[in-house]
Write a protein that binds this ligand. Sequence first.
Ligand SMILES: O=C(O)CCC(=O)C(=O)O
Ligand SMILES: [Fe+2]
Length: 753
Amino acid sequence: MSSKQARGRQGLPTGQQQLSFGGEGPAPKRPKLSELGNGGLQRQHHGHEDRQPQSNALLHRDATGSSFTACPVCGKHVPLLCINLHLDLGCAQVPTPTAVTAAAPGERRSRAPARPVQQGTEPQSQRRAEGKQALPGANGAAADDDAEDDAVATTGPEHPRSSPRWELSPEQQQLAPLHSRRLAVEAREQGLLAGAEDTPEPKFPLLGLRQQMAVAAAAISAGSGAGAQRYGGGHAILAYSPASGDGRGLGAGGGTTAAAPSSCCNRDDTGVRCVLEPRTRFSLQGALPRGLPTAAPPCLPGTVFASSYSAQTLLEPQLHRHRTHLAKPHELQDATPAAARQPAPPLRLFVDATAVRGSPCCTCLKDTAMSTALAAAASTAVDRGRDPAPAGPSPPAAVLEVPVEMPPVEALWQVPHSAGFKPSSDSYHLSNSDHGGDSSSGGGASASCRHGLNEHGLDPGPVAGNIPLHPMFLPRGAVASRRVCTTWGPKPACRQEGAEEEEEAARAAVPEVIAEAAAVAGEMRAEVSHPALEGQYLVLEFVTPAEEAELLAMCDDPVLKPSWSPWIGQMYGNATAQKTRGKRWGVLPDYHRRGVAPVEHPLPPLLRILTERMRVQVGLLRCFQPNEANAIDYWRSRGSWLRPHVDDRILSGDLIVNLSLGGAAVMTFARERDKDEGGHPGLQQHQQQQQHPRQSAGDEVRVRLAPRSLQILSRAARYSYTHAIAASDLLDARRVSITFRRSELRPFERAER
Ligand SMILES: O=C(O)CCC(=O)C(=O)O
Ligand SMILES: [Fe+2]
C-alpha cells in the first residue's frame, strides 16, 4: 500500500466527521460526490484548512488508474464513480464499474496508452468528456463534476492511466434511480445523526431507537411524491422493537424493514406508510426462513409484513418486492428474545404526512377521518424525529394509538377469510430470490430459523443449528422473473365471480411453479398431477425435518392437551386403517349416519399453521380450509396397512391432503371403473369401499410418499381411484400420516333421510 493510500485509510474517521452535519435547522444538503474528494471538501469546509491534507488522502487510485475513495459511512474502499451507488445500497455492496478498455472507434486513438497522472496535463475538455461518460444518466453528481476530476488528478498515486470508459452494469442501471431518493433521505438522516458525529464508527448503528424510527419515517416520507410511483402506490412499513433496542436497526442490512405488498390498495395514488413500533427486527429473520408466510390482509390492523431489509433498500421496491414476507404479529413477537417479551401492546402506527393522500382505499382506510388522523400523527412523528433523541426509552409523542387490539392468535387464522380481503395478484410472493445473494436477506437456505409453535400458538424458541429450507418456501436465485408466483397465495373470497377460472389457472400454474422451485435446488422436489393419476399432486419437503419432529412429538405426546385427542386404536381392525392407532381433530364425521358431529378436539395450532401454509404456498390449496384431520400411526412391526378405500365422497370435500411423517410408504391407487362417470357415487361408497375394487393391472398406480411430503388428491385421484397401503409397502419402521379434509357440516337428520 502506498503511503498515500495508508494515509487515506487512516484519514477516514476525520473524513467521516467532516461529512457530518449539525442537527438543527433545515436539512443540510448531501455532499456532492466531488465533496468526498479534495475540491469538495475544500468547498464544504473552507476555513478549516487543517483538514485539507487528510481529505486529499481520501482518494487513491488502483493500478488501472481508477479512483477510489473510502466510504464515509462504512469505510470500505469504493470506486469513486460508484460511491453513490454504494451508499444507495446501504453499504451492502461495493459495486464495480465495468471498464471498457477498448476505446470506441475513432475515440482517443491518438492518446498515449499510458502516461503518468499529472494534475492539469490533461486538457479540461477531455477530462470533462471522460467524466460525462461516467454513470450515464444516473449519477449526475459523478458525471457533471469537474472538481471530481480534479480530485482524481491530484490525489492518486502516479499510475499509468489507460482510457477507461465507465458504464453501469445492468444491475447498476436498475439501481440508479435510487440515487435521487437517497439524496432526499440522506439529508434528513444526516440531520438526525448530529449526536453521533464525534464517533469514528459507522453512524447508523449508533442511532437510538427513536432516531431509527425517525429516520425510517423520513426515509418513507422521501419515498412519497415522485417516489411514490416507484412504490407502485404501495405501502412500506418499518418495524423496530423497543425491546431489542440495541441500535442495530438501521444500516448495512441490519434493520428490519417490513414492507407490505404494493397491491394492497387498488388505487395507485393512495399510499399508507407506517412504522410499526413494537416489533423486533429479529422477527423477520426468525420468520422468513421458517417459511410461514401468512395470509393476513396487508392493511388489517394486527398484520405485519416483514422483510429483512434496511431502510435504504426499502427505498427501492424492485429490490424488496420479491422478498416480501407476510408474518403474523405473534410470529414477530415470538421472535423477540424471551427476556424482552412483553404482552403485545396495541399497534402503534407512525405514518408520514404525505403518505396518506387520495381516496381512502380498500380495507385499510375506508374511514377518511382515520386517514387524516394518521396523516397528522405522521407529520408530527416526522417532525419530532428531527429533534435530538431524549434520554431513556420514552416513546415518541407522535404515536397514534390505533384503536385495534392485536387479535388473539386464534382469531388470526380467521382474519383472511372473514375480512373479505381479496388480494390482487401481486400481493403475495413466495420468492425472495431476485437478489438472492443479498447479505441482509436472512432467507438463505442456511439462515437460522425457528420451528413450530407451542400449544399457545407461540414459538417456543430457536432451533439449535440451522435448518435447511425447502426451496419451495424460499426459492433462491431463479424466481425473480416468475410471475407465476402471483397465482400462489390465499384467495379468501373463494367463491367470488371468476373464482373457478382463477382456480383453474392456479391449478395450471402449480406444476410449473413447483417444478421450477425444485429445479433451483437441483432436485426434483415435486411431481404434480401424476401423469397416470390425474388429480394427484405431491409436494415434497412440505415440512422441515424439525417441523416433522415436532409434529410427531405432538402426536406422541402422552400428556393430553385439551385440544388434542390421544392416540387410540379407534381404527384398529374394523375400519380403513388396519393394525394402526389413530387420532383425530376437528369435526367428527360419522360415516354410518352420514353426518358430522361437532368439533371435539379443535385442530391444534401446529396443524393450523400447516393448513395456512398450504393455502399460501400451494395454489391448488388456496381455498382449502380443512375442518378435520386424522393421524394414522403405521408400524411395520405391527403389520399396519391401509385398506383400499375412497374417502367419503359426500361427507368429505373435493380435496384430500395427506402429510407423511417419519417414514416412507408406497400408496397404491386403483381405478374404480364404474365410478368414472355418471350417478352419484356417494350412497354406495361405503359398500364399495369394503369390496375389492375391480381393476386391471393398467389401472393401478403406485406412488411413493416420502416423509415430509404432502399429497393432494383431487379430481380423478380423489373420486375415481381407491388408495391403499399394503403392509409390505411400508418402507420404514414407522410412518405417521396426517390427513386433512373439509367435511361438510351436514346434519344427521338430513343424512338419515
Ligand atoms: O396414510 C395415508 O397417507 C392415507 C390415509 C388415508 O387415506 C385416510 O386417512 O383416509
Ligand atoms: Fe383415504
